[in-house]
Design a protein around this ligand. Sequence first.
Ligand code: A2P
Length: 285
Amino acid sequence: MEYVTLSNGVKMPILGYGVYQVTKDECERCVLDALEVGYRSIDTAQSYFNEEEVGSAMKKSGIPREEIFLTSKVWVEHYGYEETRKSVEESLRKLQTDYLDLMLLHQPFNDYYGAYRALEDLYDEGKLRAIGVSNFYPDRLVDLASFTRIPPMVNQIETHVLNQRTEDYEWMSKYHVAHEAWAPFGEGRGGLFDNEALKQIGEKYGKTTAQVMLRWNIQRGVIVLPKSTHKERMIQNLDVFDFTLTDEDMSAIAGLDTKTSAFFSHYDPNMVEWFVKMVEERKKQ
Ligand code: A2P
């Protein structure tokens, strides 16, 4: 495994297992499989409703807590200083641990400044080894990094071959914020798993398109969080450290960038509609 050193010196595996959309029923088994095949970084969130299952899988695995890099995210409904503090305690209880390796603010909405102040204090208290954000466009990120006592160490954003986020990457580097990719396969949208250019590159190394997509991000220094509910694919997605893409491969992949989200239109009302839906649905739970 390779690691990225965050701005506070904490080392984070460059590849981890994400559990977005992994249902409560499947989650414990999936995380146990992931840990068994060698993943040592697990990414969950309050809004995924599977923190308890992640916690029980970690316990059942018998792997010492300090060998696992554990990330969760505070959901917007729990923003504001006091609410965030309470919700982090709740996450720790559900995850059966007394600290998180990384806690992120899930979205740049509601009182995220209040929420961030809570993360800063929890960081000082040793309950969070690193803190950061997710889904922050450069404007919000630079704002936050400029006006906080402890600048964010990570920004987790949609990043894949079709939406490479090179400008975001530049801003993040400037502010020492590690770039973490969610949906590193773009969930396979746009025919990514069958992309001819990726297939041809993969054939040279005996690797799949999925492995090429992960390797490309890793070589850019971007942390990846592939998710699969299938053990063979978990193994495949971890098997990306024994080959190196050439500069030509990297430029060919750079040419596939559409600079467009596979999920949302940039600053588009769809994004707001999606957000409203998420908030409404989660209120009902
Ligand atoms: P599955 O869980 O059935 O394996 P992303 O990480 O970009 O959100 O993409 C997740 C999707 O990609 C899931 O639908 C997952 O399906 C699929 N997937 C994950 N790994 C692979 C792989 N190595 N080959 C093909 N599909 C994969």
